[in-house]
Design a protein around this ligand. Structure first.
Ligand SMILES: *[C@@H]1O[C@H](CO)[C@@H](O)[C@H](O)[C@H]1NC(C)=O
Length: 221
C-alpha cells in the first residue's frame, strides 16, 4: 500500500511540474499559515479553513517612497504579504517612479509579468535568451498601456516622463522571486571572485574592483 501511495505522490508531483509553476489548488483556498519549525514544502502550510477570515485575502497598498538612489520603489504583494495567495499562482506589485526613476534590470525566475501603467510615461524592455540572440524588445508606455515580460527574461522600466510614474505588475506565481542583475553580480555575499567577473566582462580588474565597491541599491528585494 505504501508503494502505491508513493507512486501516486510521484505522479502528482511530476504532472504538476510539467503543467504549471504553482500546482493547481485542490481546495478553494489554502491560506498560508506561519510555520516556524516545519519542513520546507513547495509553498506554505495551510491555515485551518475554519479559522480563515476575509482579512487573509486582503491587503492595502500605498505608493512606495522613491527618494532612493534608483528613484523607484517596488511594493510587493506576494504570498508573504498576502497569505490568501498561497497555491493560487498569482501575485502583484505596485511600482512607483520619481522622474528619471529606474526599476533596474532584473528577472523573475518563477513568473511572467504583465504590467499596466497607471500614471506617467515608462520606457520598458526585455532581452531574450542566448538562443534567440539576446534580442532587445522595448516600448514607450503611457497611462493605460499594457506590456508583458515573459518568464525569466531580464527586463527593466525607466521613467522618461516629466513627472512621477506608477504601474501595477501582475505575476504568474504567488512567489515569483526577483534577481536584480547588478546586485546579484557585484554585491553577492560573499563576493564573486573578481577573476570570474573580470573574465566574464572582459574588462580590467580595476573596473570590477570599482563596481564591487559601489553601494548597489535594490528596490526589488
Ligand atoms: C519603499 O516605500 C516604503 C513605503 O513608503 C518604504 O518604507 C521603503 O523604505 C521604500 N523602499 C525603498 C527601497 O526605497
Amino acid at each position: 500500500m505504501k508503494v502505491v501511495y508513493f507512486l501516486v505522490v510521484i505522479l502528482a508531483l511530476t504532472s504538476s511540474v510539467v503543467s504549471a509553476y504553482d500546482p493547481s489548488p485542490l481546495q478553494d483556498f489554502c491560506v498560508a499559515a506561519k510555520e516556524k519549525d516545519g519542513v520546507f514544502v513547495n509553498g506554505k502550510f495551510c491555515k485551518d479553513p475554519k479559522l480563515v477570515k476575509a482579512e487573509d485575502f486582503f491587503r492595502h497598498v500605498e505608493p512606495g517612497k522613491t527618494d532612493n538612489p534608483v528613484g523607484s520603489n517596488v511594493t510587493q504583494v506576494f504570498v508573504d504579504q498576502l497569505p490568501g495567495l498561497n497555491t493560487l499562482g498569482i501575485a502583484l506589485a505596485r511600482i512607483d517612479f520619481a522622474p528619471k526613476g529606474l526599476n533596474a534590470p532584473h528577472t523573475h525566475p518563477r513568473g511572467t509579468e504583465i504590467l499596466i501603467v497607471l500614471e506617467g510615461t515608462l520606457y520598458v524592455g526585455f532581452v531574450t535568451s542566448n538562443q534567440d540572440g539576446n534580442r532587445l524588445f522595448t516600448k514607450v508606455l503611457n497611462k493605460g498601456d499594457v506590456f508583458v515580460f515573459p518568464i525569466g527574461l531580464i527586463h527593466f522600466q525607466l521613467n522618461v516622463g516629466y513627472g512621477n510614474a506608477a504601474a501595477i505588475a501582475a505575476l504568474s506565481s504567488q512567489n515569483p522571486g526577483a534577481i536584480t542583475i547588478a546586485n546579484a553580480l557585484f554585491k553577492a555575499n560573499p563576493p564573486i571572485s573578481s577573476e570570474v567577473l573580470t573574465k566574464a566582462f572582459q574588462v580590467d580588474k580595476s573596473i570590477i574592483d570599482y563596481l564591487q565597491k559601489q553601494s548597489w541599491y535594490d528596490n526589488n528585494n
